[in-house]
Write a protein that binds this ligand. Structure first.
Ligand code: SAM
Ligand code: SF4
Ligand code: SF4
Length: 300
């Protein structure tokens, strides 16, 4: 991360911790919920299948910027399906940077050719080895790996949602992150059990085993973009929720933390590591603060 990006974020962090502020810093724009896949664990694809117009997305980016948000994610649906008014997801990233966002990341299923050098990170969902990934995501593993090999930049970070199908594939994904050209790291989440995917939820014991494995892989030198100090809170779901420093905007509607905030009781079972990491950071947890500094300076 450039020092010019780091300083404003550090100032925001200090203000938030010292004065217990709840202003947001991280925003996600949902560009479409249309998707070419139908993953077993996902509850947010193809509900409307609308590609939101460019003017609307640009307005939402500006709205988030005006709220003080400086870390922007584009998410979906499948972000690489987004196109409107002659613009692509790459144009949105470039325009977000021009608007003044300090970090701009895109989440994708990796099934389309990857030409996105302007993004700080491309969070590319990989849900296991070939067999388990394909069980979750359909027959896409080989296409994704070929797209990664041909990517025009090395800003890819695997994004793995660990669930009952793929919980034994963590080591494989860590080593693949370490050994694959163009891949910088891997970032994990645990399955968040929406009502229609409860059967994929991990138990507390499963989560403890997974975190042990992730720690072991970190010690082996695998590049993991998560904070070890947050693991006990993630295993026991004892981190504060929701994250007031995060917002998501979809079709003009802003939600605090995630679209999932409206699902009754879901926050108590939240599997998103970023929620634990950000809420602990902004509550002033010193171990998290130091580990976050080290990790972000290394991978972003
Ligand atoms: C909804 S997808 C949208 C972006 C893109 N289509 C993709 O698959 O990466 C964003 C991320 O959320 C993850 N995800 C979906 N449902 C989840 C759930 N119930 N719990 C945790 N992660 C989930 C996906 O695996 C993916 O990494
Ligand atoms: S690719 Fe992403 S949006 Fe599409 S079904 Fe899978 S997780 Fe959901
Ligand atoms: S804390 Fe709640 S709103 Fe936030 S991501 Fe988790 S489940 Fe969704």
């Amino acid at each position: 991360m450039k020092i010019s990006s780091f300083m404003p974020l550090a100032r925001f962090g200090v203000r938030t911790v010292l004065f217990h502020k709840k202003d947001p810093i991280l925003g996600t724009v949902i560009v479409t919920d249309k998707c070419n896949l139908k993953c077993k664990h996902c509850s947010v694809n193809n509900i409307t299948a609308v590609i939101h117009p460019y003017a609307q997305i640009k307005g939402e980016m500006q709205q988030l910027f005006d709220m003080g948000i400086r870390i922007l994610f584009f998410c979906g649906g499948e972000t690489f399906l987004w196109a409107d008014s002659g613009k692509s997801i790459r144009d949105l990233v470039v325009e977000a940077k021009e608007m003044g966002f300090l970090i701009v990341n895109v989440v994708t299923n990796g099934t389309h050719p990857i030409d996105l050098p302007e993004a700080d990170l491309i969070l590319l969902s990989l849900d296991g080895d070939r067999e388990r990934h394909n069980e979750v995501r359909g027959d896409t593993y080989d296409t994704i790996m070929a797209n990664i090999a041909k990517a025009t930049s090395d800003n890819i970070c695997f994004y793995m949602a660990v669930n009952q199908i793929n919980k034994n594939a963590i080591e494989h994904v860590c080593r693949t992150a370490r050994d694959t050209k163009n891949v910088r790291a891997v970032s994990f989440n645990f399955h968040t059990p929406y009502p229609d995917t409860r059967e994929l939820a991990l138990t507390k014991e499963d989560k403890a085993v997974c975190c042990k494995i992730i720690e072991k892989m970190m010690k082996e030198g695998c590049p993991v973009f998560n904070l070890k100090s947050a693991f006990p809170y993630i295993i026991n779901n004892t981190f504060p929720t929701p994250c007031h420093q995060c917002v998501v905007i979809e079709n003009g509607k802003i939600s605090t933390c995630g679209r999932c905030i409206e699902v009754p009781g879901l926050c108590d079972e939240c599997g998103y590591f970023f929620v634990a990491e950000y809420t602990l950071l902004f509550s002033g947890n010193l171990k998290i603060i130091f580990e976050m500094l080290r990790t972000y300076l290394k991978y972003v």
